[in-house]
Design a protein around this ligand. Structure first.
Ligand code: GCW
Length: 642
């Protein structure tokens, strides 16, 4: 292999797999052919039978793998299930797991497992840190990059079955005829790998692109424009998935421009897609200047609309109520909509987590959200159960994440950022997997199963998210980033004269009394948006988990934490721990040098240097700044500011 990371986790051991006569299958279908090709190229085990079986419809795209005498039988309702089954056994082979007496049944947690690309038509990527967009719009459809198929294969190998090609800050041009023709070519390449294409659409498209007077969803001409557009799209792409919409948020147009609601807007689109089986993913990330606490906005706008959405609309909700912070309380909108389908939006691209420079394994963050108990339907109403159909029988369930993929050789900028793409796919398939299982698999597939590498690197990955929280924003601090780029610290930023409600000083509320955002009854009362008993738990400083204490409370500098330290000391030690852990990661990585190729070793090593420097930068900037309010000494046994 070229050790540039371009192979991702798809480093199957054999160049030569089994011969054709060891693969039994009927039919000739593009997906089945891929499954057979993967086996021929990479499978070294026994005879395999691939069998479609209509009675397996209940597995919803899943499959069975069974050892029958000397043979392995993979069965599924459709060919795509067979392909997933093939990737499963190749994974077992690659991770050197036992292949004896297999009896596996797999049914995905979600129907739609979708990546959101924030890729612009000019090739740039909003919040992308791995180079330009993979989609070469100017060359399509004449030149087809080999990476389109490699992308589809990588996604299929982890069960991702859908993709939104363009930025939610959508250009109306995306729906132009010439662009749709290009989209068709991508859809044709992705189809055999089971991947459906979706597009982000700009709500003003009828006006901007169609020359209509307005884009009012209740205007008959507007409705007709969308109807015709849908028909044009489905002629080109018969299995087109649907639309993703960011409306009335951060300056994007939307139905509220015409005095209509999110439901009016979403339903209008849902109606035109319905005859074709398409869906609308309507984002709840609504963010506009307001006197209200930003963390309350999505709930305030969407809860009154519960029950008003068509059944092919899913409200797409960011994991937290602010914006993909290193740690947030979960978004209280989950569970609050009782008659509306809800889906999670995660961010794989590390906008707020050191971008492509920091090693931060995100599975623990994803799991933390999915496992959060909202209490919406009593104890045990986790976000996973609300969104996967267990508690809210849904026509279609879905889960999404903003991709971190670009045209960099290694796809994701940082070699370890590949693990986050991988982890999202694996959790979308099975949200019961643990972060550890996923890390274990990924390391074995991407690097090696040598325990001298596996164990320390796994430990580093598993602690890395908490480490990042510690050196950036411990104890529930949030959004104290610099500028609009969101890379380094700027807790002193006040954005005077622009958007004070966006500024770090607004989010941390430091003063001589203390630190933190009061979201209790005496503050913004965001706690009231949570179901009992969480409203009380979060509303009370004594019962709020300490890792979120500054998210919900403004607390005195000398407040006594559970371990007996004052808030100021605790904060200092957290920042220090974050720094120390990254220094440890550097040592861990240096020690595993004998077990990894030079190229990836050096690249990760130099990224860890940046991360260590950045961690010190965060710690010093934040502690020295907060100290101007606390007026307390930095404890002697932690590293001095430099
Ligand atoms: O996280 C913020 C980003 C914006 C993004 C927005 C959103 C696509 O800073 O770049 O815009 O959220 O999710 O819509």
């Amino acid at each position: 292999f070229a050790e540039d990371g371009s192979q991702l986790w798809l480093r199957f051991p054999a160049k030569n797999g089994v011969s054709t006569d060891k693969i039994i299958s009927k039919g000739n279908n593009p997906t089945l052919n891929i499954a057979k090709k993967e086996l021929m190229n990479h499978w070294q085990g026994q005879e395999i039978e691939l069998r479609t079986d209509k009675s397996l419809k209940y597995l919803k795209g899943g499959y069975k793998i069974k050892s029958v005498q000397n043979k392995l039988v993979i069965s599924a309702e459709k060919e795509i299930g067979l392909l997933y089954g093939v990737y499963h056994i190749l994974r077992l082979q690659q991770t050197k797991s036992s292949l004896a007496n297999l009896n596996i049944t797999e049914k995905p947690s979600y129907d739609v497992r979708i990546l959101n690309h924030w890729d612009n038509l000019d090739g740039t990527i909003e919040r992308g840190y791995a180079g330009h967009s993979l989609w070469k719009w100017e060359n399509l459809p004449n030149t087809i990059s080999p990476r389109y198929e490699e992308y589809a294969r990588a996604n299929a190998s982890i069960g991702i079955n859908a993709t939104v090609l363009n930025n939610v800050n959508a250009s109306p041009n995306m729906l132009r005829k010439d662009y749709l023709e290009k989209v068709k070519f991508l859809a044709d390449i992705f189809r055999p790998y089971g991947i459906k294409v979706y597009l982000s659409v700009n709500f003003s498209s009828p006006k901007v692109l169609g020359g209509l007077e307005n884009s009012d969803p209740l205007n008959k001409d507007v409705q007709k424009w969308w109807k015709d557009k849908a028909s044009e799209i489905y002629k080109l792409i018969p299995d087109f998935g649907g639309f993703l919409v960011k409306a009335n948020s951060e300056g994007q147009p939307g139905p509220q421009d015409y005095g209509r609601t999110h439901a009016d807007g979403a339903n209008m689109m849902a109606d035109v897609l319905k005859p074709y089986g398409g869906i609308v993913m309507w984002r709840a990330f609504v963010y506009s200047p307001s006197k209200e606490d930003r963390a309350k906005q999505a709930y305030l706008e969407f809860v009154p609309l519960d029950g008003k959405f068509r059944d092919n609309v899913i409200v797409q909700i960011k994991n937290g109520p602010v914006d993909f912070q290193p740690r947030e309380a979960f978004n209280p909108l989950f569970g609050a909509l009782k008659k509306t389908s809800e889906m999670v939006e995660f961010q794989i691209t590390q906008e707020y987590l050191g971008q492509a420079n920091h090693l931060v394994y995100l599975a623990p963050l994803f799991k933390e959200t999915l496992d959060s108990d909202t209490y919406s339907d009593g104890k045990g109403s986790t976000i996973a159960k609300i969104t996967d159909g267990t508690l809210r029988p849904a026509k279609l369930t879905a889960i999404s994440a903003v991709a971190n993929i670009g045209e960099d050789k290694n796809w994701t900028g940082h070699h370890f950022a590949q693990a986050n793409w991988y982890a999202f796919g694996r959790l979308a398939w099975n949200h019961d997997l643990t972060s550890e299982q996923i890390a274990d698999e990924w390391i074995k597939m991407t690097f090696t199963d040598n325990e001298k590498f596996l164990n320390p690197v796994k430990q580093m990955m598993l602690t890395s998210r908490e480490t990042a929280v510690d050196y950036m924003m411990p104890l529930g601090l949030h959004h104290i980033f610099a500028g609009m780029h969101h890379y380094g610290p700027e807790p002193w930023g006040d954005y005077k004269g622009t958007r004070a409600d966006w500024s770090p000083v607004y989010y941390h509320q430091a003063n001589t009394q203390g630190l933190g955002f009061n979201r209790t009854k005496t503050g913004s009362n965001a706690v009231s948006q949570y179901f009992p008993p969480l409203n009380d738990i979060y509303g009370n400083i004594k019962t709020t988990p300490e890792n979120l204490i500054l998210w919900f409370h403004h607390i005195p500098w000398d407040y006594q934490m559970k371990d007996g330290k004052t808030l100021w000391e605790e904060l200092s030690y957290k920042y220090d721990t974050g720094v120390k852990n990254v220094r440890e990661y550097q040592k861990v990585w240096d020690k595993i040098q004998p077990y990894v190729d030079e190229e990836r070793f050096t690249e990760v090593q130099s990224k860890l240097k940046i991360q260590a420097k950045d961690a010190v930068w965060w710690k010093d900037a934040c502690l020295l700044y907060f100290q101007t309010f606390s007026k307390m000494p930095i404890p002697y046994d932690i590293e001095r500011p430099i």
